[in-house]
Design a protein around this ligand. Sequence first.
Ligand code: AP5
Length: 223
Amino acid sequence: MSELDLILIGPPGAGKGTQAANLVEDFGLPYIATGDILRAAVKDGTELGKKAKGYMDAGDLVPDDVIVGVVAERLEDDDTRDGFVLDGFPRTIPQAEALDRSLDEMGRRLTAVLCIDVPDDVLVKRISGRRICPDGHVYHVDFHPPKREDVCDTDGKPLEQRPDDAPDKVKRRLEVYHEQTAPLVDFYDDRGLLHRFDGTRSKDEVRDHIRATLSTLRLEETA
Ligand code: AP5
């Protein structure tokens, strides 16, 4: 059976990171999140982090040439042999074209693009209530609260709010999504790769829907 090369797209707060964790659990795929890679680079003060910080703090995208090479290199790692879950990349048409070129060079093609749809007013509520632990476990003060307030259930670490989750940054991130990333929906739909999911449903319902879609794709492949 061929590999599962997956992309998750959707606006900020749609639940991409949440569903990516499920895909990792359900299919044993490596998770590649450009937001996480960039946040780690900022924290470590690397060259990449220095280039990215200002853009991220403002809620803008980092330039394509900063991120494209990082992803191309990561995809060459051995753990992507059976597939991957890409979250947060591509985010622009030039990034999508660069990804096509990288996969072409590796003799691979995307299996599916999973698009999670959520209206802006719901997103603002979700993002403002989001809390994360330093190891990336995600909570929400109302929809998915930790057992002890502000403490991660998994590793006991203190929970934090992301700096770009402040209301003015969220507004900018949504604008950027609609201007620069939403055109990817048609881009992948035209290629027959797009599958849409109603992200206003519960996390478990979205997970089940994604799982069913991928199982159908695999059945079609073996038919
Ligand atoms: P990134 O880290 O990718 O952020 P994002 O796309 O804005 O997405 P989020 O992480 O905010 O949301 P999510 O969809 O993962 O939602 P989550 O599962 O946490 O990027 C950050 C920045 O990095 C960018 O702004 C940019 O500057 C830069 N960057 C990254 N990639 C780049 C690229 N390729 N090019 C250029 N720049 C790049 O869920 C949100 C909340 O909702 C949680 O609290 C969760 O518990 C809750 N929730 C989830 N699902 C549900 C549900 N079904 N029902 C109720 N609540 C739910």
